[in-house]
Write a protein that binds this ligand. Structure first.
Ligand code: TXA
Ligand code: MG
Length: 321
């Protein structure tokens, strides 16, 4: 299959038509690029799983073209209505995914048979324009092959999926650079299933953050131990200080000014130590280091506060083998 690259600033009719006809198309969102298909058409959704080589047990996030779709796809218990309304008015459109009880119109393939569905509304103007024109909820996981680093630029999507999908819409580099925060709402509180651009501190200011429930299988691959993995082995270290390096070609990833030592390459996630900037830079830096075919990437741990929590979550999974 030949993959076409469309500019997000140009005519997007081809992307809209392809989605209406049941194709899977890569679109920019404010978090990472997504591989989108009509969420209510299982024949379309299957193409997402095939292109990504994604296991079927792994449920997808449904992106709503308009808030009015929420009621058609989910059935929120009276005890949670107020909290859901508050979260939506504060964070939508934006990088917050809500896991809510689903209605039967949502195909089992989308929810992997779970009784809940994950929904969000993207704030990206190109995504919004296309979703509204298609006028259907769009299932969209990150546009990478399963287990790999999420794409933050159209070039990254091509590196992952060229030849497997008909269209990639280029909307430039994504704003947050990390996947959305995922929150399950229940019993008037929230369980954080995946840390993301909306920090724990911001959520905790709104309602009680419930302890994570034990699960016999992962509901989010964000919850699988190894994920977001570069091909190059990656180790986490407390600090990059000192210049005693392991043998071989070693790359360094950290925060602030990094002394070059004998590193083959260094990437600072933020020269000023800003954790939000670090989150936005992480996947791109990991991809760049991975492309250098190093023997090892040494990554420095970040403070586990604010966006640092989401970055550390990704780095730990990148380090797991
Ligand atoms: O920012 C994002 O969320 C991006 C963009 C494209 O919107 N999408 C994304 O999708 O990261 P994906 O498939 O890579 O991650 C979706 C996560 C998965 O970890 C999945 O298991 C979880 O959402 N998920 C989906 N439905 C769920 C459900 N009903 N209960 C719990 N987790 C769910
Ligand atoms: Mg993903």
């Amino acid at each position: 299959m030949k993959t076409r690259l469309l500019s997000g600033e140009g005519d997007l009719t081809a992307a809209v038509e392809a989605l209406r006809e049941g194709a899977a198309v890569a679109l920019p969102t404010e978090t990472v690029y997504g591989l989108a298909a009509d969420a209510l058409n299982p024949d379309a959704v299957v193409k997402i799983f095939e292109a990504k080589e994604r296991p079927r047990f792994d449920p997808l996030i449904v992106h709503l073209p308009e808030e009015s779709w929420l009621e058609r796809l989910t059935s929120v218990s009276p005890a949670d209505t107020e909290l859901v309304a508050q979260l939506i008015s504060r964070f939508w459109p934006g990088p917050l995914t809500l896991v809510l009880p689903r209605r039967s119109v949502v195909p089992d393939l989308v929810t992997a048979g779970l009784e809940t569905v994950a929904v969000r509304m993207s704030a990206h103007p190109v995504f919004q324009q296309i979703a509204r024109a298609v006028d259907r909820p769009l299932a969209a996981p990150s546009a990478n092959r399963f287990g790999r680093i999420s794409p933050t630029r159209a070039e990254d999507v091509l590196a992952e999926l060229e030849g497997r999908i008909p269209i990639v819409v280029d909307g430039g580099a994504t704003f947050h650079g990390l996947e959305s925060s995922i929150v399950a709402v229940r019993d008037g509180g929230m369980e954080i299933l995946r840390h993301g651009p909306i920090a724990l501190e911001e959520l905790a200011a709104i309602a009680e953050v419930l302890p994570a429930r034990e699960r016999d299988r992962p509901e989010a691959p964000g919850q699988l131990r190894s994920h977001y993995a570069p091909r190059t082995p990656l180790v986490l270290v407390e600090a990059l200080s000192g210049c005693t390096l392991p043998p071989g070609r070693v790359g360094a990833l950290g925060l602030g000014e990094i002394s070059r030592c004998d590193f083959q390459a260094v990437r600072s996630l933020s020269r000023t130590g800003d954790l939000r900037e670090a989150a936005a830079t992480l996947f791109r830096a990991l991809r760049e280091l991975d492309d250098l075919k190093l023997d090892l990437i040494v990554a420095e741990t970040l403070p586990e506060m604010g966006l640092g929590r989401a970055v550390m979550d990704r780095l730990r999974r990148a380090a797991a083998r």
